[in-house]
Ligand binder design. Structure first.
Ligand code: MV4
Length: 451
């Protein structure tokens, strides 16, 4: 097993990985930017190393700075967390070439699945349904028009190098298809240095359901059931839960099985997620793989009892999975609310100093957060400050405990999304499990509706 791990991330997830290291008897070295100097979670690490200025591009996104810190601290491995360098195959390669294990998937699987068009091809090969789409990349306007004509509008323009909604554009007619293609190509070129585009039929009403998997270096892969992640706004998830409400057992098992087939075929190991869209007729379609641990992983930890971050570390160290599929239980219902430092009406960021922080607790509550009273939320990074989770035998109980926990939660000095969550948990459509990806815009903030 590793003796020392460097954590190439910040905030909530850096603290989550510090804890997993310590649970395994491993020393944790954390890096920080100048904006995070003095952050309280740094004191829980065994060592903290400054890697550059506040701007992420000058610190958390600079491979050379991170490798240098890793070599200085003499670590065996690097945990990238989520975001930042977590899905960069070049970074994984660089770590391993320097004799430092990258706690993530193999480079080839990262490259193959990181290209969404390639991931789609692989899914088709192993019999996993995909959304009706273009046959490979779209090279010309003529091809795009022919595809849209054949499947009917609306269509969704997607960047092969994109993901998580980046570089996506809806086209509802010929004119917006042509202009959208050009805009999407330019956007993809500047964001990912790759202008490759493909098309899919746009599913207007769908639920976003993802399957957690764990694979080891011997080619074994198990799934840890699904999470329902439809409650989101502008590709920022707000609430995640497991099990997915109203998902028939047969469909659930078929989706989970599809996720295992796909990741096995990719030669994947580490923790990972396969994302699917599920339409109102409960037909499911693969959309993409997230080759990293995700923000919402604790939802799965609560219902399965598996510590996903510890398992990531064990897998990276070469240990075989300690369970087979039939050992993975799913107990009760878990729900997560993402608490962000932003205005719950306008969704604008709300950085600043937290003058009072009074977190909820008690039976059935888990709070993952790096925040304490007096903490200053920097303006440079993602605004996530806490993840509030509950675990109960039934969804109704989970909702009741979440309402109670949200009522206990007091944050002063900045705006947070706690107020929005109180609204969500008092909305009958949510309580009934009637959620889809348009929920917030349709039910809660109709004035902000765009599409
Ligand atoms: C889609 C889709 C509908 N039809 N693809 C969003 C994130 C990325 N992983 C893929 N996503 C979607 N792909 C097709 N063919 C709907 C989403 C989607 C979404 C789209 C617009 C606004 C919010 C959304 C939330 C979740 C999923």
């Amino acid at each position: 097993m590793f003796q020392r791990i460097l954590i190439a991330n910040r905030g909530e997830v850096a603290l989550r990985v510090i804890r997993a290291c310590h649970d395994l008897g491993i020393e944790a070295v954390v890096v920080y930017s100048e904006a995070d100097r003095g952050a309280p979670y740094l004191r829980l690490a065994d060592q903290a190393i400054c890697i550059g200025p506040a701007a992420a591009t000058e610190s958390y996104l600079k491979p050379a700075n991170i490798i240098k810190a890793a070599e200085m601290a003499n670590v065996n491995a690097i945990h990238p967390g989520y975001g930042f360098l977590s899905e960069k195959a070049d970074f994984a390669h660089m770590c391993r070439a320097c004799g430092i294990e990258f706690i993530g998937p193999p480079e080839e699987a990262m490259r193959r699945l990181g290209d969404k068009n390639e991931a789609r091809k692989l899914a088709k090969q192993v019999g996993v349904p995909v959304v009706p789409g273009s046959e490979g990349l779209v090279e010309s306007d003529k091809e795009a028009l022919a595809f849209a004509e054949a499947v009917g509008y609306p269509v969704l323009i997607k960047a092969a190098a994109g993901g998580g909604g980046k570089g996506m554009r809806i086209a509802r007619n010929e004119m917006t298809l042509i202009s959208g293609l050009n805009a999407a190509r330019q956007e993809a070129q500047s964001a990912f240095k790759d202008s490759s585009i493909y098309l899919e039929k746009y599913l207007e009403i769908a639920r976003h359901i993802e399957v957690q998997i764990l694979g080891d270096r011997n080619g074994e892969v198990v799934h840890l059931w699904e999470r329902e992640c439809s409650m989101q706004r502008k590709h920022q998830k707000l609430v995640e839960e497991s099990p997915a409400p109203h998902l028939p057992t047969s469909v659930r098992e078929a989706i989970c099985d599809a996720a295992v087939r796909l990741t096995k075929a990719a030669g994947y190991y580490n923790a990972g997620t396969c994302e699917f869209l599920v339409d109102p007729q409960n037909r499911f379609y693969f959309i993409e793989v997230n080759a990293r641990i995700q923000v919402e992983h604790p939802v799965t930890e609560l219902v399965t009892g598996v510590d996903l971050v510890r398992e990531q570390i064990r897998i990276a160290a070469g240990e075989p999975l300690r369970f087979q599929q039939s050992d993975i239980e799913h107990r009760g219902c878990a729900i997560e609310c993402r608490i962000n430092a932003e205005d719950s009406q306008t969704f604008r960021p709300s950085p600043g100093t937290i003058s009072h922080w009074q977190p909820p607790g008690g039976p059935g509550v888990r709070l993952d957060s790096h925040v304490i009273t007096g903490y200053k939320v920097p303006s440079y990074y993602d605004s996530l400050i806490a993840k509030l989770l509950v675990h109960q035998p039934t969804r109704a109980d989970a909702i009741a405990v979440m309402r109670r926990a949200l009522a206990e939660f007091r944050v002063e000095g900045i705006h947070t999304t706690i107020a929005l969550h109180r609204e969500i948990f008092n909305t009958s459509a949510f309580v009934d499990g009637r959620v889809d990806t348009k929920f917030v815009e349709r039910v809660l903030r109709p004035e902000t509706q765009s599409n």
